[in-house]
Design a protein. Structure first.
Length: 348
C-alpha cells in the first residue's frame, strides 16, 4: 500500500485566509468614515449596495472610471513609503469622473500581492479611505488578492474603480466655443504618469531614492512620491456656479493630448506657456533627461493638473471661486479655430 502523503493547507501554499480576514476587520473603521448618503451595504458582502435616490438624484446617469498608479508603485515599494499611493489611486479615478460632470459616489479597490503583509496593506487601504473621504466617495468594497508565484516578495499592484452620477442632460463637455478661456489648476508634482521615464532619468543620473532630491528638500524617493492632487470638490463647486463648459484631467499625454479630448471638431487650444512657472521637479527632469519642450509637455503635466474651459464672462469669478477653495489658478489660454494644441512662448 502506498503511504499517504502529508496533508497540505492553503496557508502552506502561500495564501493566509486568516490574515486576509484580519485585514478586512482592521480597515472597516476607515471605510466606515467614508460613508455618505446612498450607501446601503458596504464591506463584507458579496456585493455593495448604493441607493441613488437616497443620494439625492432624480434622473441620474451613471459614470464609471478605472485606473491604477503605474510604475510609481516601484518607488513606493523600494522606499517603503506606501501611504501616498492610495491617494494616487483614488485621485486618478475620481478626477476623471468629475471631467464628465459627475459627482463621485463610491469607490472599490483591488490590491494584489505575492504575500500579504498586513501592516503595509492596511496603510495603503487606509490612505485610499482617506482620499475617498476627501473626494466625497464611499469606500464601498474591494478585493485583496494574495497570489504567491505571481508577484515577487514585497511587490504589489493596485487598481481602482469609481462610480459617479449626474442628472441627465448635464454631461460635459458641453457648449465649448471659440473664445472660451482655459483655466489651469496647479498640480502637486508629477502625479501618477511618466514614471517609467522618471525612473530611467534617475538611473542615468546615478542617484538612489535615498539621495537628497536635487529639486526639493528631503530624499529623492519621497519627493517623487508626492500624491496626485484631488480636484473633485473645487471642480464640483465651479460646475454648480455655472459657466464651465469642459474639464480635462491632465494625465499621461499632458496638455498636448488631454485637452483635445474635450474639444469639438474644428476647435483647438492656444496655450501661453509663460502663464505659469514650471515646477522645479519638471525643470530638473527636463535638464537631466535632455527632454525638449514638446516631449516634456506630452509626457508630464508640467505643473497643470486640471484644465477648465469656461465662458469668457465667467472666467474671473470662477478663478476667484477656485482660489478661495485652495487651488492655484492660472489663465493659460483660449479656445481658437483649428485642431489640437498650439503653444506660445516657452516654459520657464
Amino acid at each position: 500500500m502506498t503511504a499517504r502523503k502529508p496533508g497540505l493547507t492553503y496557508a502552506q501554499a502561500g495564501v493566509d485566509i486568516d490574515a486576509g480576514n484580519a485585514l478586512v476587520e482592521r480597515i472597516k473603521p476607515a471605510a466606515a468614515r467614508t460613508n455618505r448618503l446612498g450607501v446601503m451595504a458596504g464591506l463584507g458582502g458579496f456585493g455593495a449596495l448604493f441607493d441613488l435616490k437616497a443620494a439625492g438624484f432624480e434622473d441620474p446617469v451613471l459614470v464609471a472610471a478605472t485606473d491604477g498608479v503605474g510604475t510609481k508603485l516601484r518607488i513606493a515599494i523600494d522606499t517603503g513609503h506606501v501611504d501616498g499611493v492610495g491617494v494616487d489611486l483614488v485621485a486618478m479615478c475620481v478626477n476623471d469622473l468629475v471631467c464628465q460632470g459627475a459627482e463621485p459616489l463610491f469607490f472599490l479597490d483591488y490590491f494584489a500581492t505575492g504575500r500579504l503583509e498586513a501592516q503595509t496593506a492596511a496603510r495603503i487601504i487606509e490612505s485610499i479611505a482617506g482620499a475617498c473621504a476627501r473626494a466625497g466617495a464611499a469606500l464601498i468594497g474591494g478585493e485583496t488578492a494574495e497570489m504567491p508565484g505571481m508577484y515577487p516578495p514585497g511587490d504589489f499592484d493596485l487598481a481602482g474603480f469609481a462610480v459617479g452620477a449626474m442628472e441627465r442632460g448635464r454631461a460635459l463637455p458641453a457648449d465649448v466655443a471659440e473664445g472660451d478661456v482655459i483655466l489651469g489648476l496647479a498640480s502637486d508634482g508629477i502625479h501618477s504618469n511618466g514614471y517609467s521615464l522618471v525612473r530611467r532619468i534617475v538611473e542615468r543620473a546615478g542617484l538612489s531614492w535615498a539621495d537628497p532630491a536635487p529639486f526639493a528638500q528631503g530624499p529623492l524617493g519621497e519627493a517623487l512620491l508626492t500624491p496626485t492632487r484631488l480636484y473633485v470638490k473645487p471642480a464640483l463647486m465651479a460646475l454648480r456656479a455655472g459657466g464651465v463648459h469642459a474639464l480635462a484631467h491632465v494625465t499621461g499625454g499632458g496638455l498636448t493630448e488631454n485637452l483635445p479630448r474635450v474639444l469639438p471638431e474644428g476647435l483647438g487650444g492656444e496655450i501661453d506657456l509663460s502663464a505659469w512657472e514650471l515646477p522645479a521637479v519638471f525643470a530638473w527632469l527636463a535638464e537631466e533627461g535632455g527632454l525638449d519642450q514638446g516631449e516634456l509637455l506630452k509626457t508630464f503635466n508640467a505643473g497643470i493638473g486640471m484644465a477648465l474651459i469656461v465662458a469668457p464672462d465667467r472666467a474671473g469669478a470662477l478663478a476667484a471661486l477656485l482660489a478661495d477653495a485652495g487651488e492655484t489658478v492660472h489663465e493659460i489660454g483660449r479656445i481658437v479655430p483649428g485642431e489640437g494644441i498650439a503653444y506660445r512662448g516657452r516654459l520657464a
